[in-house]
Design a protein around this ligand. Sequence first.
Ligand code: HEC
Ligand code: HEC
Length: 406
Amino acid sequence: MSQPNEGQNRLDYQETADITEVHASILREHAEPIADSMPIPTWLGVLCAGVLCWAGVYIGVFHGGFSSKIYNEYESGPAAFFPIPGGQQKGGGETPELPLLAYGEKVYGNRCVACHQASGLGGNGVPPLDGSEWVDGAEYGEKRIVALILKGLQGPVSVKGATYNGLMPNWDGLKDREIAGVITYIRQAWGNKGTGEFTEAQVKAAKKEFMSQAAAWKVEQIKNIPIDAKLDGGSPAKADAPKDAAPAAGAPKADTAKDAETAPSAGSYNLSASIAAGKTVYLQSCMACHQATGMGVPGAFPPLGGTEYVNGDQRRLVAIVLKGIQGAIKVNGTVYATGMPNPELTFPILKDDKNVADVLNYVRNNFTNKNDAPITPEFVGKVRKEFADHAAQWTEQELLNFPPAK
Ligand code: HEC
Ligand code: HEC
Protein backbone atom coordinates (compact mmCIF):
# COMPACT_ATOMS: atom_id res chain seq x y z
CA MET A 1 0.00 0.00 0.00
CA SER A 2 1.07 3.46 0.41
CA GLN A 3 4.22 4.37 2.16
CA PRO A 4 3.50 5.81 5.54
CA ASN A 5 5.49 8.99 5.22
CA GLU A 6 4.89 9.87 1.64
CA GLY A 7 2.51 12.82 2.13
CA GLN A 8 4.51 14.33 4.87
CA ASN A 9 7.56 14.15 2.83
CA ARG A 10 6.00 15.97 -0.06
CA LEU A 11 4.63 18.71 2.15
CA ASP A 12 7.84 19.17 3.82
CA TYR A 13 9.49 19.37 0.57
CA GLN A 14 7.24 22.13 -0.82
CA GLU A 15 7.03 24.25 2.28
CA THR A 16 8.93 27.54 2.13
CA ALA A 17 12.01 27.43 4.08
CA ASP A 18 11.57 30.80 5.84
CA ILE A 19 8.18 31.41 7.55
CA THR A 20 8.77 35.15 7.82
CA GLU A 21 8.71 35.49 4.05
CA VAL A 22 5.18 34.09 4.04
CA HIS A 23 4.09 36.61 6.65
CA ALA A 24 5.78 39.44 4.84
CA SER A 25 3.57 39.00 1.84
CA ILE A 26 0.48 39.05 4.05
CA LEU A 27 1.68 42.21 5.70
CA ARG A 28 2.02 43.89 2.32
CA GLU A 29 -1.70 43.54 1.74
CA HIS A 30 -3.93 46.54 2.54
CA ALA A 31 -6.06 46.46 5.58
CA GLU A 32 -9.67 45.67 4.95
CA PRO A 33 -11.68 48.87 4.41
CA ILE A 34 -13.98 49.74 7.29
CA ALA A 35 -17.54 50.89 6.58
CA ASP A 36 -17.34 53.73 9.10
CA SER A 37 -16.31 57.37 9.15
CA MET A 38 -12.84 58.21 10.21
CA PRO A 39 -11.67 61.60 11.54
CA ILE A 40 -9.44 63.62 9.25
CA PRO A 41 -5.90 63.83 10.49
CA THR A 42 -5.29 66.52 13.06
CA TRP A 43 -2.65 68.24 10.97
CA LEU A 44 -5.13 68.70 8.12
CA GLY A 45 -7.70 70.17 10.47
CA VAL A 46 -5.19 72.62 11.87
CA LEU A 47 -4.09 73.59 8.37
CA CYS A 48 -7.67 74.27 7.24
CA ALA A 49 -8.44 76.32 10.32
CA GLY A 50 -5.26 78.29 9.77
CA VAL A 51 -6.11 79.04 6.16
CA LEU A 52 -9.65 80.12 7.08
CA CYS A 53 -8.41 82.45 9.79
CA TRP A 54 -5.89 83.97 7.49
CA ALA A 55 -8.52 84.48 4.79
CA GLY A 56 -10.86 86.13 7.27
CA VAL A 57 -8.17 88.48 8.52
CA TYR A 58 -7.08 89.25 4.98
CA ILE A 59 -10.56 90.16 3.81
CA GLY A 60 -11.24 92.05 7.00
CA VAL A 61 -8.15 94.18 6.60
CA PHE A 62 -8.08 94.65 2.87
CA HIS A 63 -11.74 94.79 1.90
CA GLY A 64 -11.39 98.52 1.16
CA GLY A 65 -15.06 99.04 1.89
CA PHE A 66 -15.77 96.57 -0.93
CA SER A 67 -15.55 99.59 -3.15
CA SER A 68 -14.66 99.12 -6.76
CA LYS A 69 -12.64 102.31 -6.51
CA ILE A 70 -10.17 101.22 -3.90
CA TYR A 71 -8.05 99.00 -6.09
CA ASN A 72 -6.52 101.46 -8.43
CA GLU A 73 -2.94 102.29 -9.06
CA TYR A 74 -2.98 105.30 -6.77
CA GLU A 75 -4.32 103.53 -3.78
CA SER A 76 -2.49 100.29 -3.56
CA GLY A 77 -0.38 101.52 -0.67
CA PRO A 78 -1.23 100.58 2.89
CA ALA A 79 -2.65 104.04 3.54
CA ALA A 80 -5.61 103.19 1.32
CA PHE A 81 -6.52 100.37 3.63
CA PHE A 82 -5.62 101.89 6.94
CA PRO A 83 -7.23 105.31 6.86
CA ILE A 84 -6.27 107.30 9.90
CA PRO A 85 -9.47 107.10 11.88
CA GLY A 86 -11.26 110.38 12.44
CA GLY A 87 -8.16 112.42 11.88
CA GLN A 88 -6.73 114.52 9.16
CA GLN A 89 -4.80 112.74 6.51
CA LYS A 90 -1.22 113.04 7.51
CA GLY A 91 0.32 115.85 5.58
CA GLY A 92 3.31 113.91 4.34
CA GLY A 93 3.23 110.39 3.04
CA GLU A 94 2.16 109.33 -0.38
CA THR A 95 -0.97 111.41 -0.80
CA PRO A 96 0.08 114.96 -1.64
CA GLU A 97 1.74 114.10 -4.92
CA LEU A 98 -1.40 112.47 -6.25
CA PRO A 99 -3.04 114.47 -9.02
CA LEU A 100 -5.84 116.58 -7.56
CA LEU A 101 -8.60 114.53 -9.14
CA ALA A 102 -7.27 111.22 -7.85
CA TYR A 103 -6.61 112.80 -4.49
CA GLY A 104 -10.19 114.05 -4.41
CA GLU A 105 -11.48 110.60 -5.20
CA LYS A 106 -9.56 109.31 -2.24
CA VAL A 107 -10.98 112.03 0.02
CA TYR A 108 -14.41 111.12 -1.26
CA GLY A 109 -13.76 107.51 -0.37
CA ASN A 110 -12.73 108.48 3.14
CA ARG A 111 -15.24 111.19 3.93
CA CYS A 112 -18.32 111.11 1.78
CA VAL A 113 -18.84 107.59 0.56
CA ALA A 114 -20.55 106.40 3.73
CA CYS A 115 -23.53 108.66 3.04
CA HIS A 116 -23.43 109.56 -0.65
CA GLN A 117 -22.27 106.07 -1.71
CA ALA A 118 -19.62 105.03 -4.19
CA SER A 119 -22.23 105.36 -6.92
CA GLY A 120 -22.85 109.00 -5.98
CA LEU A 121 -26.52 108.15 -5.80
CA GLY A 122 -27.00 108.59 -2.07
CA GLY A 123 -30.03 106.85 -0.60
CA ASN A 124 -31.49 106.44 2.87
CA GLY A 125 -32.35 110.11 3.04
CA VAL A 126 -29.06 111.27 1.59
CA PRO A 127 -29.34 113.10 -1.73
CA PRO A 128 -27.41 112.04 -4.82
CA LEU A 129 -24.35 113.90 -6.06
CA ASP A 130 -24.51 112.26 -9.46
CA GLY A 131 -26.58 114.56 -11.62
CA SER A 132 -27.30 116.90 -8.69
CA GLU A 133 -28.11 120.44 -9.78
CA TRP A 134 -26.00 121.68 -6.84
CA VAL A 135 -22.90 119.85 -7.99
CA ASP A 136 -23.19 120.17 -11.72
CA GLY A 137 -26.30 121.94 -12.86
CA ALA A 138 -28.67 124.86 -12.52
CA GLU A 139 -27.92 125.56 -8.86
CA TYR A 140 -24.17 125.15 -9.08
CA GLY A 141 -21.90 128.06 -8.31
CA GLU A 142 -18.27 127.84 -7.29
CA LYS A 143 -18.93 129.82 -4.16
CA ARG A 144 -22.05 127.85 -3.39
CA ILE A 145 -20.51 124.44 -3.62
CA VAL A 146 -17.52 125.24 -1.45
CA ALA A 147 -19.67 127.06 1.11
CA LEU A 148 -22.01 124.10 1.27
CA ILE A 149 -19.29 121.53 1.77
CA LEU A 150 -17.31 123.63 4.22
CA LYS A 151 -20.21 124.35 6.53
CA GLY A 152 -22.71 121.58 5.81
CA LEU A 153 -26.37 121.81 5.00
CA GLN A 154 -29.51 121.31 7.03
CA GLY A 155 -33.20 121.37 6.43
CA PRO A 156 -35.20 120.61 3.33
CA VAL A 157 -33.32 120.65 0.05
CA SER A 158 -34.57 119.60 -3.33
CA VAL A 159 -32.20 117.50 -5.44
CA LYS A 160 -33.21 116.01 -8.77
CA GLY A 161 -36.86 116.56 -8.03
CA ALA A 162 -36.87 114.86 -4.63
CA THR A 163 -36.85 116.64 -1.29
CA TYR A 164 -34.39 115.65 1.41
CA ASN A 165 -34.46 116.87 4.94
CA GLY A 166 -31.35 115.80 6.70
CA LEU A 167 -28.15 117.20 8.02
CA MET A 168 -24.94 117.22 6.12
CA PRO A 169 -22.02 117.62 8.51
CA ASN A 170 -19.53 120.43 8.02
CA TRP A 171 -16.12 119.75 6.58
CA ASP A 172 -14.21 122.89 7.41
CA GLY A 173 -11.73 120.82 9.40
CA LEU A 174 -10.38 119.35 6.18
CA LYS A 175 -7.32 120.78 4.52
CA ASP A 176 -7.72 123.17 1.59
CA ARG A 177 -6.38 120.56 -0.79
CA GLU A 178 -8.82 117.94 0.47
CA ILE A 179 -11.77 120.22 -0.15
CA ALA A 180 -10.45 121.33 -3.53
CA GLY A 181 -9.83 117.72 -4.47
CA VAL A 182 -13.21 116.41 -3.41
CA ILE A 183 -15.03 119.19 -5.25
CA THR A 184 -12.95 118.57 -8.34
CA TYR A 185 -13.80 114.90 -8.06
CA ILE A 186 -17.57 115.09 -7.47
CA ARG A 187 -17.89 117.58 -10.32
CA GLN A 188 -16.44 115.04 -12.76
CA ALA A 189 -17.38 111.69 -11.28
CA TRP A 190 -20.21 109.46 -12.45
CA GLY A 191 -22.29 111.27 -15.06
CA ASN A 192 -21.24 114.77 -13.99
CA LYS A 193 -19.69 116.92 -16.67
CA GLY A 194 -17.76 119.50 -14.66
CA THR A 195 -14.33 120.40 -15.97
CA GLY A 196 -11.13 121.84 -14.63
CA GLU A 197 -9.81 121.90 -11.13
CA PHE A 198 -11.06 123.62 -8.03
CA THR A 199 -8.02 125.36 -6.54
CA GLU A 200 -6.74 125.41 -3.00
CA ALA A 201 -6.66 129.20 -3.22
CA GLN A 202 -10.41 129.22 -3.87
CA VAL A 203 -10.98 127.06 -0.82
CA LYS A 204 -8.80 129.34 1.26
CA ALA A 205 -10.72 132.40 0.11
CA ALA A 206 -14.02 130.69 0.91
CA LYS A 207 -12.83 129.59 4.34
CA LYS A 208 -12.00 133.19 5.10
CA GLU A 209 -15.20 134.61 3.70
CA PHE A 210 -17.47 132.17 5.53
CA MET A 211 -15.44 132.06 8.70
CA SER A 212 -18.22 133.47 10.86
CA GLN A 213 -20.80 130.98 9.63
CA ALA A 214 -21.02 128.50 12.47
CA ALA A 215 -24.17 126.52 11.74
CA ALA A 216 -24.88 124.35 8.75
CA TRP A 217 -26.52 126.36 5.97
CA LYS A 218 -30.16 126.37 5.13
CA VAL A 219 -30.76 125.98 1.47
CA GLU A 220 -32.20 129.55 1.27
CA GLN A 221 -28.89 130.87 2.52
CA ILE A 222 -27.03 128.96 -0.14
CA LYS A 223 -29.45 130.33 -2.72
CA ASN A 224 -28.61 133.82 -1.53
CA ILE A 225 -25.11 133.28 -2.83
CA PRO A 226 -25.26 134.34 -6.47
CA ILE A 227 -24.53 131.48 -8.83
CA ASP A 228 -21.88 133.46 -10.66
CA ALA A 229 -20.10 134.74 -7.56
CA LYS A 230 -16.39 134.07 -7.89
CA LEU A 231 -13.74 133.29 -5.35
CA ASP A 232 -10.27 134.77 -5.39
CA GLY A 233 -7.80 132.26 -6.68
CA GLY A 234 -9.91 130.72 -9.39
CA SER A 235 -8.38 130.03 -12.76
CA PRO A 236 -7.56 133.35 -14.47
CA ALA A 237 -10.03 132.70 -17.27
CA LYS A 238 -12.88 132.66 -14.81
CA ALA A 239 -11.79 135.62 -12.72
CA ASP A 240 -13.58 138.20 -14.82
CA ALA A 241 -16.34 139.14 -12.40
CA PRO A 242 -15.72 142.41 -10.59
CA LYS A 243 -13.87 141.43 -7.45
CA ASP A 244 -15.48 143.98 -5.20
CA ALA A 245 -19.03 143.14 -6.22
CA ALA A 246 -18.76 139.48 -5.46
CA PRO A 247 -18.29 139.40 -1.70
CA ALA A 248 -21.00 141.96 -1.03
CA ALA A 249 -23.54 140.08 -3.10
CA GLY A 250 -22.19 136.68 -2.29
CA ALA A 251 -22.00 136.53 1.45
CA PRO A 252 -25.36 135.79 2.99
CA LYS A 253 -24.81 138.39 5.66
CA ALA A 254 -27.33 138.50 8.42
CA ASP A 255 -28.60 141.95 7.56
CA THR A 256 -28.84 141.40 3.83
CA ALA A 257 -30.18 137.86 3.64
CA LYS A 258 -33.93 138.03 3.42
CA ASP A 259 -34.47 135.72 6.34
CA ALA A 260 -31.51 136.94 8.34
CA GLU A 261 -30.48 133.61 9.67
CA THR A 262 -26.95 134.30 10.73
CA ALA A 263 -26.20 135.86 14.07
CA PRO A 264 -27.90 139.23 14.03
CA SER A 265 -26.88 142.11 16.20
CA ALA A 266 -28.84 142.34 19.43
CA GLY A 267 -30.39 145.67 18.56
CA SER A 268 -32.24 144.52 15.45
CA TYR A 269 -32.94 140.94 16.31
CA ASN A 270 -35.09 139.29 13.69
CA LEU A 271 -37.33 137.20 15.88
CA SER A 272 -39.50 135.76 13.13
CA ALA A 273 -36.45 134.56 11.21
CA SER A 274 -35.14 132.95 14.36
CA ILE A 275 -38.48 131.26 15.01
CA ALA A 276 -38.55 129.96 11.45
CA ALA A 277 -35.02 128.64 11.76
CA GLY A 278 -35.83 127.12 15.13
CA LYS A 279 -38.40 124.79 13.69
CA THR A 280 -35.76 122.65 12.01
CA VAL A 281 -33.74 122.49 15.19
CA TYR A 282 -36.88 121.52 17.08
CA LEU A 283 -37.69 118.72 14.65
CA GLN A 284 -34.20 117.38 15.02
CA SER A 285 -33.59 117.71 18.71
CA CYS A 286 -36.82 118.01 20.67
CA MET A 287 -39.66 116.54 18.65
CA ALA A 288 -38.85 112.90 19.37
CA CYS A 289 -39.81 113.46 23.00
CA HIS A 290 -41.94 116.58 23.19
CA GLN A 291 -43.75 115.74 19.93
CA ALA A 292 -44.47 117.89 16.90
CA THR A 293 -47.49 119.29 18.73
CA GLY A 294 -45.34 120.36 21.67
CA MET A 295 -47.84 118.58 23.87
CA GLY A 296 -45.49 115.81 24.96
CA VAL A 297 -46.63 112.30 25.83
CA PRO A 298 -48.79 111.82 28.94
CA GLY A 299 -46.88 110.08 31.67
CA ALA A 300 -43.54 110.31 29.87
CA PHE A 301 -42.71 113.66 28.29
CA PRO A 302 -44.10 116.97 29.55
CA PRO A 303 -45.71 119.52 27.24
CA LEU A 304 -43.89 122.66 26.21
CA GLY A 305 -47.13 124.60 25.71
CA GLY A 306 -48.11 126.97 28.51
CA THR A 307 -45.48 125.79 30.96
CA GLU A 308 -43.76 128.01 33.49
CA TYR A 309 -40.35 126.68 32.46
CA VAL A 310 -40.85 127.68 28.84
CA ASN A 311 -42.51 131.03 29.41
CA GLY A 312 -40.68 132.05 32.56
CA ASP A 313 -37.08 132.99 33.21
CA GLN A 314 -35.13 132.93 29.94
CA ARG A 315 -31.88 132.16 31.64
CA ARG A 316 -33.32 129.10 33.32
CA LEU A 317 -34.84 127.90 30.06
CA VAL A 318 -31.52 128.17 28.26
CA ALA A 319 -29.87 126.35 31.13
CA ILE A 320 -32.42 123.53 30.83
CA VAL A 321 -31.64 122.99 27.18
CA LEU A 322 -27.89 123.14 27.80
CA LYS A 323 -27.85 120.65 30.69
CA GLY A 324 -31.06 118.60 30.79
CA ILE A 325 -33.13 117.62 33.83
CA GLN A 326 -32.98 114.66 36.18
CA GLY A 327 -35.51 113.24 38.60
CA ALA A 328 -39.12 114.16 39.08
CA ILE A 329 -40.46 117.52 37.99
CA LYS A 330 -43.96 118.96 38.10
CA VAL A 331 -45.10 120.53 34.86
CA ASN A 332 -48.58 122.07 34.52
CA GLY A 333 -49.68 120.17 37.62
CA THR A 334 -48.46 116.73 36.51
CA VAL A 335 -45.30 115.05 37.74
CA TYR A 336 -42.89 113.60 35.18
CA ALA A 337 -39.88 111.55 36.17
CA THR A 338 -38.45 110.32 32.90
CA GLY A 339 -35.51 112.66 32.99
CA MET A 340 -34.30 114.79 30.09
CA PRO A 341 -30.80 113.76 29.03
CA ASN A 342 -28.47 116.63 28.33
CA PRO A 343 -29.75 117.56 24.85
CA GLU A 344 -26.45 119.07 23.83
CA LEU A 345 -24.67 115.76 24.29
CA THR A 346 -27.21 113.98 22.11
CA PHE A 347 -27.51 116.70 19.48
CA PRO A 348 -24.24 118.45 18.67
CA ILE A 349 -26.15 121.13 16.72
CA LEU A 350 -27.03 122.55 20.13
CA LYS A 351 -23.38 123.34 20.72
CA ASP A 352 -24.14 126.28 18.47
CA ASP A 353 -25.59 129.20 20.43
CA LYS A 354 -27.66 130.29 17.46
CA ASN A 355 -29.40 126.92 17.20
CA VAL A 356 -30.26 127.02 20.89
CA ALA A 357 -31.61 130.55 20.56
CA ASP A 358 -33.61 129.61 17.48
CA VAL A 359 -35.15 126.50 18.97
CA LEU A 360 -36.15 128.37 22.10
CA ASN A 361 -37.64 131.26 20.18
CA TYR A 362 -39.58 128.65 18.22
CA VAL A 363 -40.79 126.89 21.36
CA ARG A 364 -41.63 130.18 23.06
CA ASN A 365 -43.78 131.22 20.11
CA ASN A 366 -45.59 128.01 19.32
CA PHE A 367 -47.80 125.52 21.11
CA THR A 368 -49.97 128.44 22.36
CA ASN A 369 -46.91 130.23 23.75
CA LYS A 370 -46.26 133.85 22.80
CA ASN A 371 -43.16 135.74 23.87
CA ASP A 372 -42.03 138.84 22.03
CA ALA A 373 -38.75 139.15 23.90
CA PRO A 374 -36.27 137.14 21.86
CA ILE A 375 -33.53 134.89 23.18
CA THR A 376 -30.39 135.89 21.29
CA PRO A 377 -27.34 133.75 20.52
CA GLU A 378 -25.27 136.18 22.58
CA PHE A 379 -27.49 135.54 25.57
CA VAL A 380 -27.19 131.79 25.09
CA GLY A 381 -23.43 132.20 24.91
CA LYS A 382 -23.43 134.05 28.21
CA VAL A 383 -25.51 131.42 29.97
CA ARG A 384 -23.37 128.69 28.48
CA LYS A 385 -20.30 130.32 29.90
CA GLU A 386 -21.89 130.89 33.27
CA PHE A 387 -22.70 127.20 33.68
CA ALA A 388 -19.69 125.81 31.87
CA ASP A 389 -18.59 123.96 35.01
CA HIS A 390 -22.00 122.57 35.80
CA ALA A 391 -21.87 119.06 34.41
CA ALA A 392 -24.93 117.46 35.99
CA GLN A 393 -28.50 117.71 34.78
CA TRP A 394 -30.67 120.06 36.81
CA THR A 395 -32.97 118.85 39.53
CA GLU A 396 -36.41 120.36 40.05
CA GLN A 397 -35.18 121.91 43.31
CA GLU A 398 -32.35 123.68 41.51
CA LEU A 399 -34.69 124.95 38.83
CA LEU A 400 -37.24 126.22 41.35
CA ASN A 401 -34.50 128.07 43.25
CA PHE A 402 -32.69 129.14 40.13
CA PRO A 403 -30.09 131.64 41.28
CA PRO A 404 -30.25 135.05 39.63
CA ALA A 405 -27.39 135.94 37.30
CA LYS A 406 -24.36 137.37 39.02
C1 HEC B 1 -23.29 111.87 7.45
C2 HEC B 1 -23.71 111.77 6.10
C3 HEC B 1 -23.05 112.65 5.05
C4 HEC B 1 -21.71 112.74 4.76
C5 HEC B 1 -20.56 111.99 5.42
C6 HEC B 1 -21.60 113.66 3.66
N1 HEC B 1 -22.83 114.14 3.31
FE1 HEC B 1 -23.26 115.44 1.82
N2 HEC B 1 -25.20 115.46 2.38
C7 HEC B 1 -25.76 114.68 3.37
C8 HEC B 1 -27.15 115.02 3.54
C9 HEC B 1 -28.12 114.39 4.52
C10 HEC B 1 -27.41 116.06 2.62
C11 HEC B 1 -28.72 116.81 2.47
C12 HEC B 1 -28.79 117.86 3.56
C13 HEC B 1 -30.15 118.47 3.70
O1 HEC B 1 -31.13 117.75 3.61
O2 HEC B 1 -30.21 119.69 3.97
C14 HEC B 1 -26.17 116.29 1.90
C15 HEC B 1 -26.02 117.21 0.87
C16 HEC B 1 -24.89 117.36 0.11
C17 HEC B 1 -24.78 118.20 -1.05
C18 HEC B 1 -25.87 119.10 -1.62
C19 HEC B 1 -27.03 118.30 -2.17
C20 HEC B 1 -26.64 117.44 -3.34
O3 HEC B 1 -27.00 116.24 -3.30
O4 HEC B 1 -25.99 117.90 -4.26
C21 HEC B 1 -23.50 118.09 -1.52
C22 HEC B 1 -22.91 118.77 -2.71
C23 HEC B 1 -22.81 117.19 -0.63
N3 HEC B 1 -23.68 116.75 0.33
C24 HEC B 1 -21.47 116.83 -0.77
C25 HEC B 1 -20.78 116.05 0.17
C26 HEC B 1 -19.36 115.82 0.14
C27 HEC B 1 -18.41 116.34 -0.91
C28 HEC B 1 -19.05 115.05 1.23
C29 HEC B 1 -17.68 114.56 1.68
C30 HEC B 1 -16.70 115.59 1.93
C31 HEC B 1 -20.30 114.78 1.93
N4 HEC B 1 -21.31 115.40 1.25
C32 HEC B 1 -20.40 114.00 3.06
C33 HEC B 1 -25.11 113.73 4.11
C34 HEC B 1 -23.74 113.53 4.14
C1 HEC C 1 -34.98 112.32 25.14
C2 HEC C 1 -36.20 113.02 25.33
C3 HEC C 1 -36.16 114.54 25.36
C4 HEC C 1 -35.61 115.39 24.44
C5 HEC C 1 -34.86 115.02 23.16
C6 HEC C 1 -35.89 116.72 24.89
N1 HEC C 1 -36.57 116.67 26.06
FE1 HEC C 1 -37.19 118.26 27.16
N2 HEC C 1 -37.84 117.03 28.61
C7 HEC C 1 -37.85 115.66 28.54
C8 HEC C 1 -38.35 115.13 29.80
C9 HEC C 1 -38.56 113.66 30.14
C10 HEC C 1 -38.63 116.23 30.61
C11 HEC C 1 -39.13 116.19 32.04
C12 HEC C 1 -37.90 116.14 32.93
C13 HEC C 1 -37.87 114.98 33.88
O1 HEC C 1 -38.61 114.03 33.71
O2 HEC C 1 -37.03 115.09 34.81
C14 HEC C 1 -38.32 117.41 29.82
C15 HEC C 1 -38.46 118.71 30.28
C16 HEC C 1 -38.28 119.84 29.51
C17 HEC C 1 -38.56 121.18 29.94
C18 HEC C 1 -39.08 121.61 31.29
C19 HEC C 1 -40.50 121.18 31.51
C20 HEC C 1 -41.49 121.75 30.52
O3 HEC C 1 -42.15 120.91 29.85
O4 HEC C 1 -41.61 122.95 30.38
C21 HEC C 1 -38.28 122.01 28.89
C22 HEC C 1 -38.43 123.50 28.84
C23 HEC C 1 -37.78 121.17 27.82
N3 HEC C 1 -37.80 119.86 28.23
C24 HEC C 1 -37.37 121.65 26.60
C25 HEC C 1 -36.77 120.86 25.62
C26 HEC C 1 -36.25 121.35 24.39
C27 HEC C 1 -36.31 122.81 23.94
C28 HEC C 1 -35.71 120.31 23.73
C29 HEC C 1 -34.95 120.33 22.40
C30 HEC C 1 -33.84 121.19 22.34
C31 HEC C 1 -35.91 119.14 24.54
N4 HEC C 1 -36.57 119.50 25.69
C32 HEC C 1 -35.50 117.86 24.20
C33 HEC C 1 -37.42 114.89 27.48
C34 HEC C 1 -36.76 115.36 26.39
